[in-house]
Ligand binder design. Sequence first.
Ligand code: FAD
Length: 390
Amino acid sequence: MAKPANFHVVIVGGGATGAALAHDLALRGLRVTLVERGEVTSGTTGRHHGLLHSGGRYAVKDPESARECIEENFILRKIAPGSFELNDGLFVAITEEDEAYLPRFLEGCEACGIPTQVLSREEALRLEPNLNPQVRVAVRVPDGTMDAMRLPLRFLATAKKNGAVVRPYTEVLEVLKRNGTVYGVRVRDHVTGREEDIHADVVVNAAGPWSGKIAAMVGVDVPIRPSPGVLVAVEGRWTNMVINRLHPAGDGDIIVPQRGLSIIGTTSWVVDDPDALDLPEDHVRLMFEKGGEMVPVVGKAPLWAAWSAARPLVGPRQAETGRELSRTFKCFDHADEGVEGFVTITGGKATTARGMAEVTADVVCRKLGLDVPSRTREVVLLPHTAYYRL
Ligand SMILES: Cc1cc2nc3c(=O)[nH]c(=O)nc-3n(C[C@H](O)[C@H](O)[C@H](O)COP(=O)(O)OP(=O)(O)OC[C@H]3O[C@@H](n4cnc5c(N)ncnc54)[C@H](O)[C@@H]3O)c2cc1C
């Protein structure tokens, strides 16, 4: 009978997805090494809004992703207490057109299991006095604010406690393959400058928007479309709850309060290379304009920072803006294309990383002939500070 500790898995990428996967596999008893070319969370994960999604944003047009979000939202609250502000979110209708969207929104939320509470204009303004006074109606949902970096650090801390090795500043240069089977990775340690081979029974590509580049190293194609968006942080925490526009997901329709700042997001376009992102000035201006439509003071607040990051969306190369692509995730076992020992997990949201990891670890265990279930739905994570002590 095969034992989990007999197998070694290398994970490429230290974002939310790789971190959650390291935790899941280590908890099942496998030997795990995670390699990340920069600091952990230095990819897309360290640069998102910090919105713990309720799924409301996707409930009408992308119900698969909406269901994943609400399921993981509730699990994360249990396994990572203290990592979220349980501040809820409001979807606000400012125009008649927004208000006309209300029935579809409520239907979508109900079908996906997302709890809602409809609030009148007065009730919404009592909760959030800085809302546009023209607000017509609002819907309360269980969104929340999270720290984009600390949640993955909790996954990594717990993975380390269970024996995983985490190697930041270690870049994969080559995925090693012999006779159609992947057997490890060649890496460069950017601290020592040394190159070495790390052998593995399975290599998992969790490189987010870079996963197409890692897959190309073994000659397989993953239909990944890096889709950047611009985020703007303004000085001042102008709402307590997450504010979303009640309309089909679009530009500048999310405001996330983060400590003493408000983060406005986002836009969407597509690129071939996630290392070549620009920060279009008109997108930054649009964030102020659109954010200001929901919360006028946000539109006039001083700029604190603006940046862009690329979503790892799964979809065809001809996608035009990325908005048409689902936010769900996909796990590829490349044995289906004739390459053994190599799995890719990509797509999804930071909110759904735990669920993505569970599915991927199931695939890895099946490949290795292991029958060990995931326990990440129940195990409470170590605090993020433990990451630096272990
Ligand atoms: C603008 C924007 C806003 C978003 N807002 C939210 C939000 O509020 N809430 C939410 O839940 N989700 C949000 N998302 C989505 C979320 O950020 C991503 O789905 C998630 O962070 C992806 O995590 P990941 O681990 O798959 O990828 P990444 O975090 O990108 O991790 C991949 C890692 O692989 C590493 N890597 C690449 N090449 C190599 C190599 N050769 N060797 C070693 N390592 C390598 C990279 O350095 C990177 O750290 C947002 C996305 C964007 C773009």
